[in-house]
Design a protein around this ligand. Sequence first.
Ligand SMILES: Cc1cc2nc3c(=O)[nH]c(=O)nc-3n(C[C@H](O)[C@H](O)[C@H](O)COP(=O)(O)OP(=O)(O)OC[C@H]3O[C@@H](n4cnc5c(N)ncnc54)[C@H](O)[C@@H]3O)c2cc1C
Length: 373
Amino acid sequence: MNVVKRFITYGDADILLVLARSEEGTKDARGLSMFIYDKNNGGVTVRRIENKMGIKGAPTCELVFKNAKAELVGTRRMGLIKYVMSLMNGARLGIMAQSVGLSEAATREAYNYAIERRQFGKAIIEFPAVYEMLSNMRAKTDASRSMLYETCRFVDMYKTLEDISRERKLTPEEKEELKYYSRLADAFTPLGKGMTSEYANQNAYDSIQVHGGSGFMKDYKCERLYRDARITNIYEGTTQLQVVAAIRHVTTGTYLQRIREYEAMPASPELESLKRTLSKMAQMYEKLVEIVTSPKDEEYLDFHARRLVECAGHIIMGHLLLQDANADPEMFRRSAEVYIHYGQTEVIKNYNFVTKSRIEDIAYYKPDLSENA
Ligand SMILES: Cc1cc2nc3c(=O)[nH]c(=O)nc-3n(C[C@H](O)[C@H](O)[C@H](O)COP(=O)(O)OP(=O)(O)OC[C@H]3O[C@@H](n4cnc5c(N)ncnc54)[C@H](O)[C@@H]3O)c2cc1C
């Protein structure tokens, strides 16, 4: 192999898994295979360690491969579509967990600062503008954690069934379950990675805001959290790429079907009004999907894809917090209330945006439009 690879986390490891084009003349994903490289064989050097804005504890390397020997792993042509996708789905769960940790830390730092810092004779947490920020941060953090746990549960379920299938034949019911949970894992992983990493960024931003001028100083932890959070919605696929993976579960109805399952789950009478709000959000979402998909225009769908995926995310994460509040009202009721009201506002905003605007009016940089500018 002779190539340069940038942005490789822990690139100086003893063993490297390398995705490389094995089929001459191909340009698509099916021309890529997976290889394994052993450092003992030589041929790979670290040209430099990248100088990053955050996650400075993890070295990111630029690697130079010069006549490096590597062995094929598994089946040719399956490198990206099977092996890397599988590795990447695992890594996306990892980034979700990283995002939850960052959100939690950002929220705690902001809260602790807000109860100590006094202005105009009061602790700043007493100002509505500040306690609103903190409430939203707590709600987004709790919603992110629930989303992470739910996604992990789906992944555990299908992986366990896959393990069993290696030892014995699955019953027809188990085969159905395997299909059901793999589909949910496939749908929830990009949705969860996209939503929780965006929330980690928003929470880190708000944490600085709660700290005021002090937040801009390196003396406070929120400054590092802000820099560390910035990578979560970029690596293992940017949020835009998570949307590309998630949108088919909008159009094929996976999310809506799961939302219906959550709607059928019991909730205490005190939570009934929140449940009704979630049903109304689901009705708007269903209408929105119909509006965006019915013209059968791919560009139109791509243009609104993120809005549709986010609507599904707000409703699903709202239901997850509702379930948490049902199990432990003291711990989660307030977050459920805050998150569902926040999510409802976002769904209405997206609905209005889609129904009241044309691409031509809002896409300033659309190539065929700017040509005439
Ligand atoms: C600190 C760090 C560590 C990393 N570690 C590793 C590692 O260990 N191994 C590894 O293989 N890689 C690693 N990467 C690479 C990382 O996964 C990529 O940088 C990331 O996936 C984005 O790809 P890109 O940089 O090529 O951006 P691009 O693909 O060029 O994206 C640029 C912009 O275009 C948008 N875009 C691109 N394609 C589409 C599309 N189809 N639809 C909509 N929007 C699109 C993106 O969302 C983004 O906004 C690392 C990167 C960093 C910064």
